[in-house]
Design a protein around this ligand. Sequence first.
Ligand code: 6PG
Length: 237
Amino acid sequence: MSERLVARDPAEHAMLAAELLARGIAEAVADRGVARVALSGGTTPSPAYQRLGALWLPFDRVDWFWVDERAVRPDSPRSNYGMAARALNLDGGSRGRVHRMVGEGDLADQARSYEELLRQTFGIAAAVAFDAMVLGIGEDGHTASLFPGTGAAAIADRLVAAIGPQHDRGIEGRLTLTAPVILEARFAVVLARGASKRDAVSAALSSGSEDEVPARILRRAKGRVVWVLDREATPSD
Ligand code: 6PG
């Protein structure tokens, strides 16, 4: 059963998300000596990452990973790595270990490389269970880079998938964690703001086809899921 927090304004939305993540990181470090965090991109998380970066964190115990990445260079304005690294000020090297998803080059090779990194980090036989994960939701109901009508939400034979470009939707190629990894996360915050997201949030919280609304996979999450919304993105139900 997921939880829902409704922020009164953008500043509170960022603060709620940042404080939830900071608590998840601190608890992971206290329990296991390390916090492995997977970050989504897009635009919504940036203020939350800026707030998170301004909090006291055991940065030296944090490993930063990405939920997905676009097939762009890290210095591209579309880069999920670039957005998060700037907002969290990760580039100096003193704020944890940064494991960038490499969107350049052959996506299938890069997906295999990132999967190997996850296996090495979490252990071959252990579940790849991130301590904290940040997810968003698109107006079309996608989360990570699991887009509707593509079958991506059902990929379960790998940890990281290469998603081909969808030229008709203006979407470049992607790398993305797959549903099994997303569902294994100990704690996930799902960030959504604005009226344009309300229908997608409502659909994601309802039962139905996961290929139609990939964010519905979160209804099967093993860990704690907190939707951090604003009033406009909150379904009226
Ligand atoms: C991406 C993100 C994606 C994002 C949603 C929402 O690469 O685009 O990882 O899953 O969370 O598209 O994006 P906005 O926050 O920009 O609305």
